[in-house]
Design a protein around this ligand. Structure first.
Ligand code: GDP
Length: 370
């Protein structure tokens, strides 16, 4: 049975250690949400996941854990639905990951992005403030983003770096980040912000560049596509594994105080470098399949991001566990295995370097494994 709200006053560390803790994860069926739900279940939490009302919710990333958690329907655009979810589970920890998370899309869906990603966070914080008993001392994780830094000329970015975003997504995430500070400072709500740099995995959505690259190269190897069409190849990003960010999110809510935390690898690599490494691993000659097209370019793009996670490393003891090369390899291997399971390579076997002329599918393949 669930412990009810305790006596007046926030739960002590001791109480927090001994009760079955309840965690609510918004965006639980996204990339990071799925790793986080697995981590929380392994730690013995009762996990509640918020999903949007749709006729067929997209739950493929939760395969390993959906049976062990409780799904609640709610939408960050709908305050009443958030209130209902919050009252249903009275969470000790809330991980706010739900968002319109695609930077490119945010240029054409700017208003929706600000509503969902920016104001959605404010709506959630207010719901926690109003609907969870004070005695529970509910802690919130806000998924902030390196996109908030925008174009800057610093060698690396940390918690003190000025934020001047250049995309509607960056504006919306900064708005949410500032609301997090407001709730922290004005209302005393425990809201930690994890400023995560680009985090990837085989569960990454297919319209993000890393997954687009590995998925398309796998389709090329298996004769299902012929070209890889990209935009800005020179952009440099600090890429780390999504499961490492999930670990950081959890650690940031176990810290004594709500703070901002950069989660980054400290290395930066260009899009071209990612594509080169993935292609080498798949046995494809990149130059023979790569096309650069204007429609994949953004009106403005951050040229370079490189995070400095010294604070999280030294204070939380957090560190990334998957190096860049391993990340590329894990993603490439997963997409190759998936593509081969759909259409085995007829003769040349693994590493077939030549794209099959006239392959059917375009580079933009549908979301989720078949
Ligand atoms: P973001 O850093 O959160 O925007 O993550 P993305 O994976 O969407 O993009 C990372 C970088 O890859 C950005 O600089 C994009 O401009 C660049 N890029 C180059 N070609 C593409 C493409 O075809 N799709 C996407 N999504 N990004 C691309």
């Amino acid at each position: 049975s669930q412990p009810g709200p305790g006596p007046a006053g926030a739960a002590s560390d001791d109480e927090r250690d001994h009760m079955i803790r309840r965690a609510l994860v918004t965006g639980c069926n996204g990339q990071m949400g799925s790793y986080l739900c697995e981590l929380l279940l392994a730690k013995g939490y009762n996990v509640y996941g918020l999903v949007r009302r749709t006729s067929t919710p997209n739950l493929w990333r939760l395969q390993a854990c959906v049976a062990k958690m409780t799904l609640l329907e709610a939408d960050v655009l709908d305050e009443a639905s958030l209130r209902k979810a919050m009252i249903t589970c009275h969470p000790h920890e809330v991980y706010h990951l739900a968002s319109q998370s695609h930077v490119g899309l945010s240029f054409t869906e700017a208003e929706y992005t600000v509503q969902a990603t920016g104001l959605g966070a404010a709506r959630l914080f207010e719901t926690v403030r109003r609907c969870t008993p004070l005695s529970l001392g509910t802690r919130i994780y806000q998924a902030s983003s390196s996109e908030q830094f925008g174009v800057n000329d610093q060698a690396w970015q940390d918690e003190q770096t000025p934020m001047r975003p250049v995309s509607p997504y960056g504006f919306a995430k900064l708005l949410a980040h500032q609301f997090a500070h407001l709730y922290r400072e004005s209302y005393g709500v425990f809201v930690a912000c994890g400023i995560a740099f680009n985090h990837e995995s085989p569960r990454r959505g297919e319209d993000f560049v890393t997954r687009k690259i590995t998925k398309t190269l796998a389709a090329i190897v298996t004769g299902q596509a012929t070209t890889l069409t990209l935009g800005n190849l020179a952009a440099q990003r600090d890429w780390l594994h999504a499961k490492d960010v999930a670990q950081g999110a959890w650690q940031s809510l176990q810290a004594p105080a709500p703070e901002d935390w950069v989660f980054a690898s400290g290395e930066t690599h260009s899009v071209e470098e990612f594509a080169q490494r993935a292609a080498r691993h798949a046995g494809v000659a990149l130059a023979t399949v790569l096309l650069q097209e204007a429609h994949c370019l953004r009106p403005v793009d951050i040229p370079r991001l490189c995070g400095n996670a010294t604070k999280a490393r030294t204070t939380l003891g957090w560190q990334p566990t998957v190096a860049f090369d391993e990340l590329v390899k894990e993603m490439m291997d997963a997409d190759l295995a998936e593509a081969r399971s759909r259409r085995p390579v007829p003769s040349e076997g693994p590493g077939s370097a030549n794209p099959v002329p006239g392959g059917g599918l375009s580079a933009d393949v549908p979301e989720g494994p078949a």
